[in-house]
Design a protein. Structure first.
Length: 404
C-alpha cells in the first residue's frame, strides 16, 4: 500500500561533502558511507548487522568488504568488533587529501587532518537508504546531492562535476541510476534558461514522497534492482548482469554474459569477443605489402561498440528529456529525436566498418573504440542531436576527433 510520508520519517544522519567529493573513492564506497551516516543520526556511531546492510544496499559480501576497507583505509570510518557485533564510527577528523600542499611533489609524507564538516555537510534520510528498489549507485547519487544541499532542499552541482566526482564516465550509466530517484519521487529536476538556451539544472530534494512500507519490501524488489544495476566502472554502455545474485562489482566487470570490447575494463587492456579476436589475429597474419583484408562486417562493429546497449542509452536519454527536463514536448519532437539518433548510430556503424576495413593499421581505431574517446563521441550525439543537420558529416568529424 502506498502513502505519503515525510522524507525524514525514519530518521536521518549528517553526511559530509568532503567525503562525497573524494574522487579516489568509488561510488559503491560512497553508498556504504551514506548508509552508515543515515544510521548514525545525530551521533557518530552505527551498528547495523552486515546481513541487513547487504540486503538494504543490494550488494554481496565481497563487494561490501572491499569498499568498506577503502573507507577505513582513507580514514573516514573506524570498524570495531564488539560482543554484540560490528560497531562503525564515522570520523570527524579526516585526512585533508585535497589540501594543495599534500598534492605537491616531495610532500607525500605530510599528513594533515581537518574537520569533516569544514567543507560543508547535509543530512541523508534513512528512508532512501532503506529503499531496496533503488540501486546502490542511485543512493550514492542522492547522498551526493544531500551533501551539497546543507540544511536546504536545493543542490546546484553541474552534471559534469557529479559524474567526475562519482567516477561515472557515461551519460547512459548516470541517467540509468539518476532516473530511479526521479521515478520514486525523491528528486525533482528543472533546467534554467540563459538567453533562451538551456543552462544549469536545479535538483530539488523532495520533503514529501509517496512510497511503500520499506520494512515490508519483498525480496523480489531487491532482486530486480540487483539484476539491472550496473558496474561502477565509468564506461559508456555498461552491460546488464543476468543473474539473480546481489550486485557484485566483480561479477559485473569480469563475468558479463557477453563482454563489450568497445569499452575499457580494469582487468584487461583489450577485451574482444573470441570469434572477433581470432578473426583479427588471422587477418593481421595475412598482412603484407598489399592492402590488408580485414573482413569486418556491420554485425562485428555492432558487437564491438555494444550497439544494443547504446540503443538502451538512447531511450533512457529520451525519457529524461521528455519526462524530467521537458525538452521533448510533442510527438513530432519525439519522432524527430528517434529518427535522428537511429540515423546517427547506423551511420556510425557504417563509417566504422569502412574505416576498419580500409585502414593500413586498425589498432589505433580499435583502441579509440575501447576508451573514453568513444564515450565522449556518444555523449556528443546525445547532447547535440537537435542541432545536427548533416548526419554523415557529423559522424565523420566525430570519428576523426575520436582517433586524433
Amino acid at each position: 500500500m502506498s502513502n505519503l510520508v515525510n522524507i525524514d520519517s525514519k530518521g536521518y544522519g549528517k553526511i559530509y561533502k568532503a567525503v562525497m567529493r573524494d574522487r579516489r573513492l568509488p561510488i559503491l564506497a560512497k553508498a556504504i558511507y551514506a548508509y552508515f551516516c543515515a544510521y548514525a543520526g545525530c551521533g557518530r556511531q552505527a551498528y547495523p548487522k552486515r546481513e541487513k546492510i547487504l540486503r538494504d544496499l543490494g550488494v554481496n559480501k565481497d563487494t561490501y568488504t572491499k569498499h568498506l576497507g577503502l573507507l577505513v583505509e582513507r580514514g573516514y570510518i573506524v570498524k570495531e568488533r564488539t560482543a554484540t557485533g560490528n560497531l562503525y564510527t564515522i570520523l570527524q577528523s579526516i585526512p585533508a587529501y585535497s589540501t594543495p600542499e599534500i598534492m605537491e611533489a616531495g610532500n607525500s609524507d605530510l599528513l594533515v587532518f581537518e574537520s569533516a564538516a569544514s567543507h560543508g555537510f547535509g543530512t541523508v534520510p534513512k528512508l532512501v537508504m532503506l529503499d531496496q528498489t533503488l540501486s546502490p549507485q542511485a543512493k550514492a547519487i542522492y547522498a551526493y546531492f544531500t551533501s551539497f544541499a546543507g540544511a536546504g532542499t536545493t543542490a546546484f552541482p553541474r552534471r559534469a562535476t557529479i559524474m567526475r566526482e562519482l567516477k561515472i564516465g557515461s551519460l547512459g550509466t548516470y541517467y540509468r541510476h539518476f532516473n530511479q530517484l526521479v521515478e520514486r519521487g525523491y528528486l525533482s529536476v528543472e533546467q534554467r534558461k540563459d538567453n533562451g538556451r538551456f543552462d544549469i539544472c536545479i535538483y530539488r530534494l523532495n520533503e514529501i514522497v509517496c512510497t511503500d512500507s520499506l520494512e515490508e519490501t519483498a525480496p523480489a524488489a531487491a532482486k530486480e534492482t540487483a539484476d539491472t544495476a550496473l558496474s561502477e566502472i565509468p564506461e559508456h554502455g555498461g552491460k546488464q548482469l543476468k543473474t539473480s545474485a546481489p550486485l557484485s562489482e566483480k561479477a559485473i566487470s569480469d563475468k558479463l554474459e557477453h563482454q563489450n570490447p568497445g569499452h575499457k575494463n580494469n582487468n584487461r587492456s583489450n577485451i574482444t569477443n573470441s570469434s572477433l579476436e581470432k578473426k583479427q589475429e588471422n587477418n593481421h597474419q595475412r598482412q603484407g605489402i598489399s592492402a590488408p583484408c580485414r573482413g569486418y562486417t556491420a554485425v562485428d562493429v555492432m558487437e564491438l561498440i555494444g550497439y544494443e546497449q547504446l540503443k538502451k542509452d538512447v531511450d533512457g536519454w529520451e525519457s529524461l528529456l521528455k519526462t524530467t527536463l521537458g525538452r521533448i514536448q510533442t510527438p513530432e519532437e519525439e519522432r524527430r529525436y528517434h529518427q535522428t539518433m537511429d540515423a546517427l548510430l547506423l551511420e556510425l556503424v557504417r563509417q566504422l566498418t569502412a574505416a576498419l576495413n580500409s585502414a593500413a593499421d586498425d589498432s589505433r581505431l580499435l583502441e579509440a573504440m575501447q576508451g573514453s574517446a568513444f564515450s565522449a563521441l556518444i555523449d556528443g550525439f546525445l547532447d547535440r542531436w537537435n542541432d545536427i543537420r548533416n548526419v554523415k558529416a557529423y559522424v565523420a568529424a566525430s570519428i576523426k576527433n575520436m582517433v586524433c
